[in-house]
Design a protein around this ligand. Structure first.
Ligand code: ING
Length: 311
């Protein structure tokens, strides 16, 4: 009998600089109830789901950044209502937030919360895009390298809701190695929240092309690693800066099982057959039978590309 898990991607529309935690939490809680009404048992919220995407702003004062955008504890009095509602409904969830540790370290973090409200696992974003310096001439900043440290917890999976579930965040979806490390640990589900600007910071890239990239990456990463991939956007115009939606639930076959239609608060849901990947993992993507790591050494040893031709 194949295992099924009803999974929802709970997409958030814009959060503006002035929006309080309470506003964010009340919208997240409503999305949780909507997902529950659809029968979902696992809900994936976006990256940095409690605040606006603040890395688009250069903020001189670290104290201001910490006070306005980082969580000193999780849950806190502001976020406890979300944990309480999830426990009452018996729903597990993934949520992304900016983490300030007691030691004063800062990460772009995501957690897996069980249906009993306990924190099962934590992931700290490893692929930080953008830049660390202020670019005053740019239309907007992308300062994740300035505000966050590279994650120090690695790419891990957890036993979760009778599945093996791993976590990633946003830019990680552009790096095949991240998915492969999870798949090599037996991942059956990958949960990934994202905030992706519709405009490119560096050159005039057609917005439709950015969405095309998002869609082909999700389908190929899910298929090549035979995992269910749930990617949830925070979207819409945040203080005038647009981010795209296209939240997705992608099957291990690479087919899109559900996709959001708006750039607002929106829940999409799919009844995922967790054993759908069984045949793929036994044949086409039977890693043990087909992979040849002895020929992959450059992937680990070399960081940037270097021209080293055989002739
Ligand atoms: N956002 C974007 C992302 O990787 C980005 C940043 C967009 C980088 C397009 C490169 C190209 O989807 C986050 N938050 O990583």
């Amino acid at each position: 009998m194949a295992r099924h898990l009803k999974i929802a991607a709970a997409q958030l529309g814009p959060l503006h600089r002035e929006d309080s935690r309470a506003v964010a939490v009340s919208r997240l809680t409503k999305l949780l109830r909507d997902a529950h009404a659809m029968g979902a048992k696992f809900v994936v919220f976006p990256e940095l789901a409690l605040t606006t995407f603040f890395p688009r702003w250069w903020i001189e004062s670290q104290a201001e950044v910490d006070a306005r955008y980082f969580e000193k504890s999780m849950p806190s009095k502001d976020t406890q209502p979300l944990f309480d509602e999830a426990k009452k409904l018996g729903i597990g969830f993934y949520i992304g937030y900016a983490e300030l540790t007691p030691e004063g370290r800062r990460f772009n973090t995501a957690i897996l919360v069980g249906p009993d409200g306990s924190i099962v696992g934590k992931y700290r974003k490893i692929h930080l895009p953008g830049h660390a310096d202020h670019k005053p001439k740019a239309a907007f900043q992308h300062l994740e390298k300035n505000y966050f440290e590279v994650g120090d917890l690695g790419f891990r999976v957890w036993r979760y809701l009778n599945t093996i579930t791993g976590m990633l965040i946003c830019n990680d979806r552009r790096w095949p190695e991240a998915f492969r490390v999870l798949a090599l640990q037996g991942a059956e589900i990958v949960a990934l929240g994202f905030n992706t600007p519709s405009e490119n910071l560096h050159y005039p890239e057609p917005p439709a092309l950015r969405v095309h990239h998002h869609l082909i990456m999700a389908q190929s990463m899910a298929f090549q690693n035979a995992v269910w991939l749930v990617e949830t956007a925070k979207a819409g115009f945040e203080d005038g800066f647009r981010m795209f939606g296209h939240s997705l639930i992608v099957a291990p076959t690479g087919e899109i099982a559900a996709k959001s239609q708006s750039e607002e608060d929106e829940v999409i849901c799919a009844n995922c057959d967790i054993d759908l990947a069984a045949n793929l993992k036994k044949t086409m993507f039977n890693f043990a039978a087909h992979r040849r790591p002895e020929h992959y050494r450059l992937i680990v040893e070399r960081v940037g590309a270097e021209v080293t031709p055989a002739n």
